[in-house]
Design a protein around this ligand. Structure first.
Ligand code: G6P
Length: 609
């Protein structure tokens, strides 16, 4: 799970490599490195532990001149975080960067050690480098043929880029279940794990497909498919704006992305609410309508924040559309024997579309007899979109902060639209789908109102930021919001936070209650409010301190603090109430001086299972 950039250029390559790899830090930021073949045909390799900025400082201390090279940012999977384990890895003339996992690397390592290779790292990547070198020297084949022979021996999901110092005019890229994109320039070409790394130099891209090997020089790109046949892949022009990856006036991407939510929801709704009574997704056609018409069950699989969004939608699918819905963590879904529900539609939900567990769940599902599959995704050119029967895009725009914010609320927006769409297609309960559409129209304005309450949330953050444990409670469709609120806090402030359905308190968590554990409660006006009030009383009677987010008035209970929220329609309350919890996590992490956009040990896109 790492980021790769590589290039063969007509100008000096150093700036491009460091700027490109900086943009891929969201894929991992334990350590980073680069290797360039300089004008005297020496391999110059610079590596260091820590963020890409550390690498940049080191690189700019040297004057490196070269036209071909590669860079890598790492999220450790094989071998601890250390300079020796940082990519690129070298075996004599072969230089490799790699993303993913080689599952049989221990066996190959032993084999190569017996052949006399000395390993300087614990990584599976160094195994690839030595294997390529061994194969190349055994048969004296050209590098592409050597790579073809070697990858037959590698098991796992990975992508890699290789340079041979003895032929320093070409890059060779391999895609095996982990994405790689080629950026096309004028007499220069680029490779990256994600187009975001290349957007400031080109808009023209070719996405490699499963099993492709690409030989890339300054003037030529030859792509061979998994049967080793030369093949043409479509060139696309990206319409992603480069400026959307800058922080602008904000201190952190996460802060920017929280404040962008009204706008990203507007974009998600744009051109999709037809005459205010029908939902129109340009991505879908009649075939998909047919799929929705026949669906009698919805199975959603997702990870992290996307899973929490799916959990909210479960309440909606069942209460609004009367369709049974199950939600499962993707890694669990693909690791157990499932009993398939009748006429079930599989939905994968993902911001990146590259989460390995979710992709693997989709791939597993294909032989199980689902009616079909749909992905709801933010990244149009992602593997999930490519491998699914159909997709709906969330249109959140690029999200850089590791802790997801605007992708969560746009996912919920799409899920509500999808429910209205399914109701339309099934020609049932038009009044409900009309109500969904009307309410969604108001949502961005409601979120703007809550964002103005940031001072209130800052005050609360100051009160709780020194705490070691925090409990979040919700009921009904705000229970998953409590889970998401706890996840946000945990991820970026490193405070232990747990969420419970408020009704479950008496079955265990009440034992935790004392003056030291703040309890955050989400209590909007709905049919469950009186039950939540009872739960608050139970906590107060036992000396617990509560912070209640609500638009309602409450009778005074000891140690109860109400954080007064603006009015919101019940239907969209879950989307609305996550906003103050995102802000709370943000301000707590800010006051603790945490690395908000890149919390320790995490990554935005988890491309390993
Ligand atoms: C990682 C990220 C989370 C994200 C999860 C699922 O854990 O840190 O923010 O929610 O992956 O990612 P996806 O791209 O599939 O939504």
């Amino acid at each position: 799970m790492c980021g790769i950039v590589a290039a063969v250029t007509q100008r000096n390559i150093t700036n491009f490599l460091v700027e490109g790899i900086k943009k891929l830090e969201y894929r991992g930021y334990d350590s980073s490195g680069l290797a360039i073949i300089d004008y005297k045909n020496n391999i110059i390799r610079i590596r260091c532990v820590g963020k890409v900025n550390e690498l940049i400082k080191k690189v700019y201390k040297k004057k490196i001149l070269g036209n071909i090279g590669m860079a890598h940012t790492r999220w450790a999977t094989h071998g601890k975080v250390s300079k020796a384990n940082t990519h690129p890895h070298i075996s004599s003339n072969i230089i490799v960067v790699h993303n993913g996992i080689i599952e049989n690397s221990s066996i190959l390592r032993l084999f190569l050690q017996k052949k006399g290779y000395i390993f300087y790292s614990d990584t599976d990547t160094e195994v690839i480098a030595h294997l390529l070198h061994w194969e190349q020297n055994k048969k004296k084949d050209p590098l592409k043929k050597t790579i073809q022979n070697s990858i037959e021996k590698l098991y796992g999901n990975y992508s890699m880029v290789v340079i041979d110092k003895n032929n320093p005019s070409r890059l060779i890229a391999v895609r095996s279940r982990s994405p790689l994109v080629i950026g096309l320039g004028l007499e220069e070409n680029f490779i990256a794990s994600d187009q975001i790394a290349l957007l400031n130099i080109t808009k023209r891209f070719i996405y490699l497909e499963e099993g492709d090997i690409a030989v890339v020089t300054r003037k030529r790109i030859d792509i061979f498919n998994k049967n080793s046949t030369i093949t043409k892949r479509k060139e696309i022009i990206s319409n992603t704006e480069y400026k959307s990856v800058k922080k602008g006036k904000y201190r952190h991407f996460m802060e920017k992305e929280i404040y962008e939510q009204p706008e990203s929801i507007r974009k998600t709704l744009e051109n999709r609410l037809k005459n205010n009574s029908k939902i129109y997704f340009s991505e879908l056609g009649l075939k998909e309508n047919n799929l929705f018409y026949h669906a009698e069950h919805i199975q959603i699989v997702a990870c992290g924040t996307s899973y929490n969004a799916a959990m909210v939608s479960r309440y909606w699918f069942e209460s609004l559309a009367n369709i049974p819905c199950d939600v499962e963590i993707a890694s669990e879904f693909s690791s157990r024997k499932l009993a398939l529900r009748k006429k079930s539609l599989l939905i994968t939900l993902s911001q990146s579309g590259e989460t390995a567990d979710t992709l693997s769940a989709l791939r597993c599902s294909k032989n199980l007899g689902y009616l079909g599959n749909l992905t709801i995704c933010n990244m149009e050119s992602s593997s999930l979109v490519k491998e699914s029967d159909c997709c709906i895009l969330t249109k959140a725009g690029l999200e850089i902060g590791v802790a997801s914010t605007k992708s969560f609320t746009t996912q919920l927006t799409v899920l509500l639209m999808l429910i209205a769409k399914i109701i339309n297609v099934k020609k049932e309960k038009n009044n409900i789908s009309n109500k969904i559409i009307q309410t969604l129209n108001i949502l961005p304005t409601r979120i703007e109102e809550i964002l103005k309450k940031n001072e209130l949330i800052k005050n609360l953050a100051n009160k709780i930021s020194h705490k070691k444990n925090i409990l979040f409670l919700g009921r009904g469709d705000t229970y998953p919001i409590a889970i998401e609120g706890a996840l946000k806090l945990k991820e970026i402030s490193y405070i232990h936070a747990e969420a419970y359905p408020a009704g479950e308190l008496k079955h265990g968590p009440l034992a935790l209650i004392d003056q030291n554990i703040p309890i955050i409660i989400i209590a909007p006006k709905n049919s469950l409010l009186n039950k939540i009030k009872k739960n608050i009383k139970e906590i107060s009677l036992r000396g617990g301190i509560t912070y209640v987010f609500s638009d309602q008035e409450f009778d005074y209970e000891e140690n109860m603090n109400v954080i007064k929220m603006p009015y919101v329609e019940e239907l969209i309350a879950p989307i609305f109430y996550i906003i103050p919890l995102q802000l709370l996590a943000y301000y707590v992490a800010l006051s603790k001086g945490r690395d908000i956009d890149q919390p320790r040990h995490l990554a935005k896109s988890v491309t390993v299972e």
